[in-house]
Design a protein around this ligand. Structure first.
Ligand code: M6R
Length: 609
């Protein structure tokens, strides 16, 4: 989704801005732009190509000045074009925006009546003109900015500059992230700390409704009423290594191979001999969970699939009734909230608009407590939830969620263990057994990664295919859904995940020699049922690719190819069997020549509805 960078310094800031934009590319975008101020003039360049093309234009035309803002845009209002790209400009002001101004049409009608004419189709230009119109009434830029925001409905992170005041940079946020980076004699703004890591490690995270006035030597933050607020400074522990591809060709590939280490980090310090360490979940000291009787999980995309797996664990290990919903559905229906229900959100970014909206809604709906499973400690979701369980996956740059997913799964398993102990549904020997199994998980995942070369070769067979089915049963059904999502999002091959028992209720009609059918078939209680479903495909000439447990010793034949994975505790199989499906999508995408880390039309953090 859109990315913002802003800088104010004694030196020219264009290089800082361009480097920041490059680091935000992973979020997904369709156009980019930069605007600096020098000698009382704007220097603005835009492109509908990649940030590298903008860099080339800056090298040619120059973008001088110690004050500037830059943006990568993911189109919402108005298609991707140079004219719709940010920054937008009036005679005096320039602004970049992430988010959506929902009442832009009403504001636009009013401004048109005042004589404003619009160059773009964007809601951003409308908000900018509103600020401009208030400046023209004699307000200073900061007050005009504040008053305009009081009239704006919707979500935003904004960076604003005024060519008549080259010593001031302004920012504001509501429902879209924005951080202030603190330098020495220079300061910065960005929608993500990753953009500013080359220039600082010290950050102030803005909260909703806050507006910031930044100069080279000062940072002042105000609430929506214009009162000063004091904020803490946080030191980021991210380093350059976490956002470089290292020896890998793509971030996604690197992140798939980082999974054993990521899982070790997730578990680190959180396990005791027979359960969960007392401080494994942040907030437990203030928010007791012993009264929980039901669980509601809400999330989007891959995180939703993690929630679906979590339901199996939670119900089996804790006996607590658990339901899982897609956030964009939950937020618009009249939900019945049962007494003593724990509300759980799952999100890699912690900024997904629908998930965040559900959390805010849940707080008004009488849930017992809210808990989030999230990868970003400074995110809105973590800050606004009663309890949090950080996934500790490290920065995930590839748009396709991989290590974030498996670490979300492990967090859900840890939560199940904790609640199983609290509710008395898990015996001490079973807890000890599970703890031992979790400790073996990184090694089992390393073993699964050993299939990489075999899967790379298999991907050649998928290259010319247009459709694919993924089948699983029980706890492996969500893994089939996730395998299908991964394949479609990065290789653009249409894929569907199905509960294998549903095959004969419709999708079996699709089976023919051109339709690959991927089956996740570990040795578990449902294997015999799944083997019958496999026969149904075989009997209709379908092409089967079966991922199974090594000790089962299934054999290749004319219709099926077998790939084996290590034996493991049944409860851990979802984590292990996810890995070959990620590798399959990755290699198919490479063969299809797609943009693996930034697939078309997709954004890493979906901060708008
Ligand atoms: O940041 P979140 O986990 O809340 O994001 C939710 C989805 O947008 C995300 O999982 C998406 O489905 C991924 N691109 C899938 O790989």
């Amino acid at each position: 989704m859109c990315g913002i960078v802003g800088a104010i310094a004694q030196r020219d800031v264009s290089e800082i801005l361009l480097e920041g934009l490059s680091r935000l590319e992973y979020r997904g975008y369709d156009s980019a732009g930069i605007c600096t101020v020098a000698d009382g003039k704007f220097h603005c360049l835009k492109t509908i190509e990649k940030v590298q093309a903008l860099r080339t234009e800056v090298a040619k035309a120059g973008c001088p000045g110690g004050l500037g803002i830059a943006h990568t845009r993911w189109a919402t209002h108005g298609g991707p074009s140079v004219v719709n790209a940010h920054p937008h400009l009036t005679e005096r002001l320039a602004m970049c925006h992430n988010g959506i101004i929902e009442n832009y049409q009403q504001l636009k009608d009013k401004l048109q009546a005042q004589g404003y004419q619009f160059k773009s189709q964007t809601d951003t230009e409308v908000l900018l003109c509103l600020i401009d119109s208030l400046v023209k009434t004699g307000l200073d830029t900061q007050e005009a900015f504040r008053q305009a925001l009081l009239q704006a409905e919707g979500s935003y992170a904004l960076a604003l500059i005024d060519r008549e005041h080259p010593g001031d940079l302004y920012g504001a946020r509501r429902h879209s992230p924005l951080v202030v980076g603190l330098g020495i004699g220079e300061n910065f703004l960005a929608s993500d700390v990753l953009a500013l890591l080359p220039v600082t490690r010290r950050f102030i995270y803005l909260d909703d409704g806050e507006l910031v006035h930044i100069t080279r030597g000062s940072v002042e933050i105000f609430n929506a009423q214009g009162q000063r607020v004091e904020k803490d400074i946080a030191e980021s522990s991210l380093d350059a290594e976490s956002i470089s591809k290292g020896r890998y060709r793509h971030f996604m590939q690197k992140e798939i191979f980082e999974q054993p280490q990521a899982l070790e980090n997730t578990a680190m310090g959180r396990l005791s001999a027979d359960g969960i360490a007392p401080d494994a979940i942040s907030g437990l000291a203030q928010h007791d969970l012993s009264a929980v009787d039901n669980i509601k999980i809400v999330a989007c995309g891959t995180s939703y699939h993690a929630g679906l797996v979590g339901k199996y664990w939670l119900e089996e290990l804790t006996g607590l009734a658990t339901s899982v919903e897609i956030a964009s559905e939950y937020r618009y229906r009249k939900a019945v909230v049962k007494e003593n229900t724990l509300f759980v959100t799952i999100s890699q970014s912690g900024e997904t608009a629908d998930t965040l909206a559900c959390l805010r809604l849940a707080k008004e709906q009488g849930y017992l407590k809210t808990l989030c499973i999230c990868n970003v400690h400074s995110s809105s979701l973590v800050r606004e939830s009663d309890l949090s369980l950080l996934t500790r996956a490290g920065a995930e740059i590839g748009v396709a969620s991989t290590k974030a997913f498996v670490t979300q799964l492990l967090c859900l398993l840890l939560l199940s263990l904790y609640l199983g102990e609290v509710k008395g549904t898990l015996s001490a020997p079973r807890r000890t057994q599970l703890v031992e199994s979790i400790k073996k998980l990184p090694a089992l995942c390393r073993d699964a990664l050993g299939q990489d070369e075999a899967i790379r070769q298999l991907a050649q067979e998928f290259a010319g295919k247009h459709h694919c089915l993924f089948l699983g049963r029980g706890i492996m059904y969500p893994i089939a859904l996730e395998g299908a999502l991964k394949l479609k999002e990065i290789s653009y091959i249409h894929a569907e995940g199905y509960a294998a028992g549903e095959l004969k209720h419709g999708p079996i009609a699709l089976i023919d020699k051109d339709m690959p059918v991927v089956v996740v078939a570990p040795d578990n209680a449902l294997l015999s049922k799944l083997l019958s479903n496999i026969e149904e495909v075989r009997a209709r000439g379908g092409l089967l690719y079966i991922f199974s447990t090594r000790s089962l010793k299934l054999k290749n034949d004319a219709h099926s190819r077998i790939f084996t994975l290590p034996d493991a505790d049944e409860l851990l199989q979802p984590l292990i069997f996810t890995i070959p499906l990620q590798l399959l999508s990755y290699h198919c995408a490479v063969i299809n020549g797609t943009d693996v880390d930034q697939p078309r039309n997709l954004a890493k953090a979906v901060t708008v509805e």
